[in-house]
Design a protein around this ligand. Structure first.
Ligand SMILES: Cc1ncc(COP(=O)(O)O)c(C=O)c1O
Length: 403
């Protein structure tokens, strides 16, 4: 039987208590003019978040899922065209692809970073697709479908290796939409540009989720799209607002996918703390690395590639027998998670795609071994010590049992 939780997986109460006065001031401001949809608070947040990401434009929407979906639609994806992503992500990535009318194709992840493996992407293009030089299109041979774009997912707060992905996109005339829903503030060193770039500034567009548990979280549902393309930003603004740029003049059919003003105001307040919170997550992650160093034969800690500065949305380790580790930690009152236990190509929802077990061996192995440990900016060193002690006891008991 699990004991009552002593160490939460994520503490959302403390930061809201700390910021209560500022957050309530936003509500009062909204009440004073009853401007609940759109308006200055949304526009201010969009400007601030674009600047934070190093992008020119930001379009606030009502979730990360819609951010992805609206980006694909604004990019003009046609029914049945292929968008390539990874099977090791939250289902929202692929839901958005399907809901935009496109077809999902997967390539496997890199075993160290858990993000899209550029070599596997290149292999998919080279062996499964062919370039039609007349039309300037990349076509998947078996389905005869056109490949339209790539969605690298910056998972757990670490960016994918963007240089080679962007190079392949340029070679085959494909768009890149970053799924940055877990990577607010994560950085990537582009060798090509000899510069650090923020998540959200590298693709044709990028999607962010402000689901409450994210590094930058709203107090409800919210999301945003960033881009450097003015026309694309304008199109995404129309799509989120019933296809209108001017009230009741509908150029296209769109959605009700706007960002609420109160959420935007709250996000502006929290954005001022994000750099500090991300730094705290990085410090905690490095401390976990040190605490687990002596367990290196049994516990695989996150690898931060030299080209990335991660923001540790999650701290994910790999162990054999992870259910037993989770049970041991639960006994000690320590909450854990699994992100994600079933790879997308093995989900019932995607049976019709025809993938089978063994198609993405790295994803399958990783998904069976990962455990996410408590990680949030307010986590205390003593709590981390308790987590580490419980993990060490678990590893010790396994070693003793095999003697
Ligand atoms: C990788 C990834 N993509 C997309 C989403 C969807 O975001 P939302 O829940 O805001 O729709 C999430 C959020 O959980 C996510 O983690």
């Amino acid at each position: 039987m699990a004991n009552p939780t002593k160490i939460a997986f994520l503490d959302l109460v403390t930061p809201h208590k700390e910021l209560e006065a500022e957050l309530l001031a936003v509500v009062k401001k909204a009440f004073s003019n009853a401007g609940f949809i759109g308006g200055p608070m949304v526009e201010e947040f969009e400007k601030e978040f674009a600047a934070f990401c190093g992008a020119k434009y930001c379009v606030g929407v009502n979730s990360g899922t819609d951010a992805l979906r609206f980006a694909f639609m604004a990019l003009g994806v046609k029914p049945g065209e292929i968008i390539v992503t990874v099977p090791h992500t939250f289902i929202a990535t692929t839901e958005a692809i399907s809901q935009a009318g496109a077809q999902i194709a997967f390539v496997d992840i890199d075993e160290q970073t858990y993000t899209m493996d550029p070599a596997k992407l290149a292999a998919y293009f080279e062996t499964r697709c062919e370039w039609n030089s007349k039309s300037g299109e990349l076509i998947e041979r078996s389905s005869k479908r056109r490949v339209a774009g790539i969605v690298p997912v910056h998972l757990y707060g670490q960016t994918a290796d963007m240089d080679p992905i962007l190079e392949l996109a340029a070679k085959y005339s494909l768009f890149v939409v970053e799924d940055a829903c877990q990577a607010h503030g994560a950085e990537y060193f582009s060798k090509k540009e000899n510069a650090w770039r923020r998540a959200g500034s590298m693709g044709k567009a990028a999607a962010f989720s402000f689901y409450p548990g994210k590094n930058l979280g709203a107090c409800g549902e919210a999301g945003a799209i960033t881009t450097n393309d003015e026309a694309l930003a304008a199109r995404m603004r129309m799509i989120r607002d019933h296809g209108q740029a001017k009230k009741y003049y509908h150029d296209i059919e769109g959605y009700n996918g706007r960002l609420d003003s109160i959420q935007a105001g709250w996000l502006s307040v929290k954005l001022r703390h994000l750099a500090k919170w991300n730094e705290s997550r990085r410090t905690l992650a490095h401390r976990y690395h040190e605490l687990f160093a002596e367990l290196k034969d049994s516990v695989v800690i996150p690898v931060e590639a030299s080209w990335t500065k991660g923001v540790y949305h999650l701290y994910v380790v790999r162990v054999q027998d992870r259910e037993a580790l989770q049970a041991r930690l639960a006994e000690a009152g320590i909450a854990t998670g699994i992100h994600y236990p079933i790879p997308l190509h093995q989900q019932k929802a995607y049976e019709q795609l025809g993938y089978k077990v063994g198609d993405f061996p790295v994803t399958e192995r990783v998904a069976s071994e990962i455990v996410s440990l408590p990680m949030f900016p307010q986590l205390l060193a003593v709590q981390q010590d308790e987590v580490a002690t419980a993990v060490k006891e678990f590893v010790g008991s396994k070693v003793a049992a095999t003697r």
